[in-house]
Design a protein around this ligand. Structure first.
Ligand SMILES: Nc1nc2c(ncn2[C@@H]2O[C@H](COP(=O)(O)OP(=O)(O)OP(=O)(O)O)[C@@H](O)[C@H]2O)c(=O)[nH]1
Length: 358
């Protein structure tokens, strides 16, 4: 333990919903120089890195193939970091030298950064490293137009990685916009071969050597409204909830239902992500939707746990979760009726559990 530096560097990886944070993190973790890092994923649902898991340390903490410790934050961020620190001190987790925190897509990065500074224990063990923000070339402009959180994430960044550049003809206007929000920030195309762990996480060249600098360097357009029309905090409009289905899902029916939902409510359905048990398929299928964009489904290598149910998580803006639940049920019933089965029985025989959480 003696060879550990007095302060462990903390990098924040932030970016709006579905902008490619986890995808970038997986790529970074493949680099051997991050083998002695710990990763904290502060997001709804599973870590998304479960198939890299080699050992479970406890309910929230796993050891990845790279040797890196990965935890899911289920409560307060400071508690999760303190727990990690204590496990490092007791030798329960490897002696990590860097901590990477992936925030939720709706996180205001400011409180995340100030957590380290405000906490009486953590401030003596950690120092702020670079903040990396992913901005999605497909939806980035609209997210900046609509959501304060997206502006804050770009404003606080030391490095912005523009993702999904393979899906758009050019990113000129988006980059111009980002430069106006954060003039000093390095803006890197995710396809740039120069994008590396060093380029993103190195502390040198980082515009903020400590958290107070990050606070003073913060920029946000004054004209942006933090409350909605009813005067509620901006984020009060967002709801996240999940639909879990016990029986295998009919891929065609699901695809049509999701397409209809996105066509009709794409602007309000900010994020859909799920793991599906598809009828006739051995392996699970991961699905990702980001506003109007639905990414190609991916066959996962294996189920991440014993749970073989399908789970779909939604993050919506001002849309009634009940509406999505009802349309899902209705679509299932129509499909069953078309198959010749009586509607009521189909529903009773094959229960669908719908959980709505905050
Ligand atoms: N074509 C393309 N797809 C990408 C790129 N980066 C990410 N994706 C896809 O975008 C979807 C969302 O990516 P994630 O990495 O899960 O995004 P995230 O920011 O971690 O999502 P949340 O944690 O839900 O906010 C997935 O289907 C990815 O495969 C990219 O550069 N190009």
């Amino acid at each position: 333990m003696t060879d550990l530096p007095p302060f462990t560097s903390v990098n924040l990886l932030t970016g709006f919903l579905g902008s490619g944070k986890t995808t970038l993190l997986k790529r970074l973790l493949a680099d051997p120089s991050l083998a002695d890092a710990a990763v904290l994923i502060n997001e709804f649902g599973e870590t998304g890195l479960d198939h890299h898991l080699v050992e479970r340390i406890d309910e929230n903490m796993v050891l990845l193939q790279s040797g890196c410790v990965c935890c899911t934050v289920r409560g307060e961020l400071a508690d999760a970091i303190r727990d990690l620190l204590s496990k490092r001190d007791r030798g329960i987790v490897p002696p990590f030298r860097r901590l990477v925190i992936e925030s939720t897509g709706l996180a205001d990065p400011f409180p995340v950064l100030s957590t380290l500074k405000a906490d009486p224990v953590l401030r003596h063990h950690f120092k702020a490293g670079s903040v990396i923000t992913t901005v999605d070339a497909v939806n980035g402009m609209r997210s900046l137009d609509t959501y304060l959180e997206s502006n804050r994430q770009a404003a606080v960044a030391d490095r912005i990685v523009v993702t999904k550049t393979d899906l758009v003809p050019d990113t000129e206007r988006l980059i111009e916009r980002l430069r106006r929000i954060n003039p000093d920030c390095a803006i890197i195309d995710v396809r740039d071969p120069a994008l590396s762990v060093d380029a993103l996480l190195a502390d040198d060249g980082c515009s903020r050597g400590n958290q107070s600098q990050s606070a003073s360097g913060f920029y946000c357009e004054e004209s942006l409204d933090v409350t909605d029309a009813e005067g509620n905090p901006h984020s009060a409009r967002f709801r996240s909830f999940s639909i879990s289905v016990d029986r295998p899902v009919d891929w065609t029916a699901f695809g049509i239902w999701l397409t209809m939902l996105i066509n009709r409510h794409g602007e309000q359905v900010l994020r859909v992500k799920g793991i599906l048990n598809i009828a006739g398929e051995e392996r699970p299928v991961a699905i990702h939707g980001v506003q109007h964009l639905v990414h190609p489904p991916v066959h996962m290598e294996a189920w991440p746990s014993e749970d073989r149910r399908s789970h779909v998580v939604f993050i919506v803006d001002g849309l009634d979760p009940g509406l999505i639940k009802r349309s899902f049920e209705a679509f299932t019933l129509v499909k069953r009726a078309a198959d010749g089965g009586p509607r009521r029985e189909a529903r009773d025989e094959e229960p669908m559990m719908v959980g709505i959480g905050g």
